[in-house]
Design a binder for this molecule. Structure first.
Ligand code: FDA
Length: 319
């Protein structure tokens, strides 16, 4: 089932997601919203503040994503910046027990990276504004990874911002063939790196498609990061990866505060709490906002059971 899902259904879901008509009609379905709630705690800042408070009570760290991507309009990018500034102001008064417990995650395409004129400059300036506010609020920042066409420029922008904000982190996707080299660079320059498997539909020329190959690539990258000078952030729900991270921490004598696990809101919440109770640092990625569609579709495409659950919920209950 999983091979059929990977080879046919997954690319079909991702292609359908890019279709504006399908997007608009499925966003309007009340049932879509009910399923979305599993992965997104709400559309407003107060919804996400409640989710942050609950996670902190569970001993978890958080990273908050104001949903949105592929902005086609400079005013929209500016309103994303405003949303982050307001969020950071609210987060700065949260009661935390550990340094570094609060973080925000950004997508450069939501900040203007792919705008036709001066996209890179606009995104970098917007990210700079958010990094400055985050530093003042005592909140960390990590830049998310999007599709492979944006990687080179994102790493360039992050490298340039790190001259001023050396704790700025970014994401590397193990499915990309280039990522082992990127991990070597990051490990040498002491960066905070969130390593994930990768969630976009990518061509075979740039990415592994086979799950075993992706897992093997992930493990090679993780070893490079644990061996290096940086701060590895192990973004995976996979029990095999979680186990390997613990073993690498022992092998490379990593103290508990020199690396962390990360998982998505609504996925394996019991495991998040179990690891935290066991003394591991665990950060939960909490998205919020009205632009949840792209994020939601990537979650459906990750797991056959999610799609089945969604499709079943479309059928009226006959019982
Ligand atoms: P895998 O997909 O093998 O799943 C292992 C197990 O986890 C499953 O068997 C299931 O139990 C559970 N699981 C995983 N996904 C699930 C889902 N959607 N619903 C229910 N259960 C699920 N990607 C990207 O391209 N750019 C990015 O910036 C990020 N950022 C990011 C941040 C964080 C904190 C995380 C955890 C992940 C990302 N990702 C991402 C997504 C990532 O690339 C990947 O698609 C998912 O994490 C799923 O991969 P796993 O490593 O969890 O393993």
């Amino acid at each position: 089932m999983s091979k059929i899902f990977d080879a046919t259904l997954r690319p079909a879901i991702m292609a359908a997601a890019a279709n504006e008509r399908i997007k608009e009609s499925s966003q309007r379905l009340p049932v879509t919203r009910r399923v979305v709630e599993r992965f997104v705690p709400g559309e407003t800042e107060s919804d996400v503040l409640a989710a942050i408070a609950a996670s902190l009570r569970d001993g978890l760290s958080v990273t908050i994503d104001h949903l949105g991507e592929d902005t086609t309009d400079e005013a929209q990018a500016a309103s994303t910046v405003e949303a982050y500034l307001s969020l950071l102001q609210s987060m700065s008064v949260a009661t935390t027990t550990m340094p570094g417990q609060l973080e925000v995650s950004l997508k450069l395409t939501a900040l203007g990276q792919t705008l036709p004129r001066h996209g890179r400059k606009i995104a970098e300036e917007n990210a700079h504004t958010i990094c400055t506010a985050a530093r003042n609020a005592g909140v960390l920042v990590t830049v998310d990874a999007e599709d492979h066409r944006t990687v080179e420029e994102r790493l360039d922008i992050v490298g340039s911002l790190r001259r001023e904000f050396d704790d700025l982190g970014t994401v590397l996707q193990a499915y990309l063939r280039r990522t082992e080299d990127d991990c070597r660079d990051a490990a040498a320059n002491g960066a905070r790196i969130r390593l994930c498997k990768g969630a976009y539909a990518e061509p075979a020329t740039v990415a592994f498609a086979d799950r075993t190959q992706i897992d093997e690539a992930y493990l090679r990258c993780l070893r490079i990061l644990f061996k290096g000078n940086g701060y590895p952030m192990v973004a995976s729900h996979d029990p095999m990866i979680i186990g390997a991270a613990g073993e690498l921490a022992t092998e490379f004598h990593r103290l508990p505060d020199s690396w962390e696990h990360q998982m998505l809101y609504g996925i394996r919440a019991d495991e998040q709490r179990r690891l935290a109770a066991d003394g591991r640092r665990v950060r939960v990625y909490i998205p919020y906002g009205t632009e949840w569609y792209g994020y939601f579709v990537r979650r459906l495409a990750e797991k056959p059971a999610n799609l089945r659950f969604f499709l079943r919920s479309l059928v009226p209950d006959r019982g």
